[in-house]
Write a new protein. Structure first.
Length: 162
């Protein structure tokens, strides 16, 4: 069975027919052509597929596309403006927050969601917000530093969006 969904994807209104069992991850990658959101564990355990649904982090591998009709979805491709990096993207770049990069889109999306709701989080709040994202290459220190740096960039006005 298929249904029509209407949503705002990365700032653009879309109407698409989707099967009832289509995952948001597959909708983004296969139907919308947005491959920045990664398939990791396929079980909601790694966070590589994290996207923002109405500014809140959501695992796209556990979310049916039909359930986000009427919502605003931001994938990694939506972050940054007019070719400029967002605060979180700058933080990850400037503080070396990624190694192989596979988990990076999920970490950046989750971090942007955190900073949209709490622009000055404590280290504990950052760790808590990123607790469901897994990186197999780092010890997370550089990731935490990247989010703290992004927070400072927002506070000083050096960046306008998380």
């Amino acid at each position: 069975m298929a249904r029509l969904i209407e949503l705002t994807l990365n700032g653009r209104r879309r109407v698409d027919a989707v099967p009832d069992n289509l995952l948001l991850l597959d909708y983004l990658r296969e139907q919308a052509g947005l491959t920045g959101t990664k398939t990791g564990c396929d079980g909601g355990e790694c966070g590589a597929c994290t996207v923002l649904v109405d500014d809140l982090p959501r695992l796209a591998c556990l979310t049916l596309a039909a359930t986000v009709s009427g919502r605003r979805i931001d994938s990694i491709e939506a972050l940054g403006e007019a070719g400029a990096l967002s605060a979180v993207q700058r933080g990850f770049h400037e503080k070396l927050g990624s190694q192989c990069g596979y988990c990076t889109p999920g970490f950046i999306a989750a971090s942007a969601g955190l900073l949209r709701h709490n622009p000055t989080p404590s280290e504990h709040q950052i760790r808590e917000a990123l607790g469901s994202n897994i990186c197999r290459c780092t010890g997370y220190v550089k990731i935490i530093e990247a989010v703290q740096h992004a927070s400072r960039l927002l506070a000083t006005g050096e960046a306008v969006s998380p």
